[in-house]
Design a protein around this ligand. Structure first.
Ligand code: SF4
Length: 152
């Protein structure tokens, strides 16, 4: 069952008294549970109106489906296939006039927080929480003679 809340999951922010004394980002980003809860608001529309609003054609319902499954690295790979700057776009794109402006959930209530989810996925990977890259298998050439090595 989708999450039929009319509002986006609220993103935590620094306390005003704290943020008045630093130059860090005001918004703190979603936790994993918040991201999954927001992703559950997506209806996985067949005609994907949100994608038509994205200048780089991010596969929005597909990446959000991965977030629902807590496959955050899979979501990242889908975003990265068409967008090389997800952490930036998740923060500064005018989503209200692009993807979120076309989201059907915005007809009655707030659209799915596509930008927030994109930011979450990018930050998740940048913070090293994704599956580590597999170490390549080392190859030994010690059993080969010099002429054979030159042919490898
Ligand atoms: S339009 Fe909104 S609800 Fe539909 S697939 Fe896109 S993000 Fe999900």
């Amino acid at each position: 069952m989708p999450n039929m809340s009319l509002n986006k999951v609220v993103m935590p922010e620094q306390d005003p008294k704290v943020r008045a004394r630093n130059f860090e980002e005001v918004t703190l980003g979603y936790t994993e549970d918040m991201a999954v809860e927001e992703a559950e608001r997506c209806l996985n529309c067949k005609n994907k109106p949100c994608v038509s609003g994205c200048p780089v054609g991010v596969k929005i319902p597909e990446f959000i489906s991965r977030v629902k499954e807590r496959d955050f690295y899979g979501a990242y790979e889908i975003i990265k296939s068409t967008n090389g700057l997800p952490a930036v776009c998740g923060r500064v794109c005018p989503q209200e006039n692009q993807c979120e402006g076309k989201c059907v959930r915005g007809i009655k209530g707030e659209p799915v927080g596509i930008g927030r989810l994109e930011r979450f996925v990018a930050d998740y990977v940048m913070n090293g929480k994704a599956a580590p890259v597999e170490k390549p298998v080392s190859v030994s050439y010690t059993h080969l003679t010099l002429p054979t090595i030159l042919l490898v």
